[in-house]
Design a protein around this ligand. Structure first.
Ligand code: ZN
Length: 257
């Protein structure tokens, strides 16, 4: 009997320690999660890891709506971080990289149904090419609360290019998107998450306000709005437990850097 009550005590205190640790981590290391999607399609056999089916995407957005998360735009997040303003728990940001056409076909109607803002990072030279968004489509989405950011001109890994090319990819993509949208482009996403201090310098010089990477960068980097870490969403993220963990605000703590 004594052994059983000791075991119960150990389980009880173990449970208390886990709960207290979770509260501690959420309090001191909370980062409003920025979700990254690429393609929304059931037919991307060539890039399965960058693909979420429309059904799974719907379930993921339904989860966010049903559990009372507040979806804000990336620009709002960047403004809050720049001003060191605290964001409420359960704040989420939604982003898409590459600007493929299926985002318009399958993702946009679901976002619109929920009234969720999102940012789509487009590759300016791919716009209008087969499989990619057209300028008309992004103009239409922009009118419904979707922001458009730059994902460079030609989707190069920025740390590997010289300064001239780096400037073209950062500055000229911004100019081109702005001229087509009639609106300032202030957000950027690094292809493959790759950046270096020179890229960050050029971004600031070009008038961007913030930039997203993948999971690259230093630990607890949220203070740097030009190296915002994001959480990659996959087809199996629609599992409620996976969704809950990814939206917890401390998910980045447990990932490999
Ligand atoms: Zn990309």
């Amino acid at each position: 009997m004594k052994k059983i009550s000791t075991l119960k005590k150990i389980i009880f205190f173990g449970f208390v320690i886990i709960i207290l640790s979770f509260i501690f981590l959420r309090y001191f290391f909370y980062e409003a999660p920025i979700l990254t999607y690429h393609r929304i399609s059931s037919f991307c056999f060539d890039t399965p890891l960058l693909c979420v089916s429309p059904q799974s995407f719907k379930r993921q957005m339904d989860f966010i709506a049903r559990h009372g998360y507040q979806v804000i735009s990336l620009e709002e997040l960047v403004n809050a971080l720049s001003r060191k303003k605290n964001l409420p728990r359960k704040t989420v940001v939604i982003t898409f990289d590459d600007g493929t056409e299926d985002v318009y076909q399958y993702g946009f109607p679901i976002l619109k149904k929920h009234g969720f803002p999102a940012t789509i990072f487009v590759i300016s030279h791919s716009m209008g090419r087969p499989g990619f968004l057209s300028w008309g489509q992004i103009n239409e989405m922009q009118r419904s609360g979707i922001d458009i950011g730059s994902h460079t001109k030609t989707h190069v890994f920025l740390p590997k290019v010289d300064d001239k090319k780096l400037w073209q990819e950062i500055f000229e993509s911004k100019q081109e998107i702005q001229s087509r949208l009639g609106k300032e482009v202030t957000l950027f996403s690094y292809p493959m998450g790759g950046f270096n201090p020179q890229a960050q310098f050029f971004l600031k010089k070009s008038g961007y306000k913030g930039a997203c990477t993948t999971n690259r960068g230093r630990y607890n980097i949220r203070a740097d709005v030009f190296a915002l870490r994001r959480i990659k969403m996959t087809d199996d993220s629609d599992n409620p437990l996976v969704m809950w963990v990814k939206l917890s605000g401390i998910y980045n703590l447990f990932r490999r850097k």
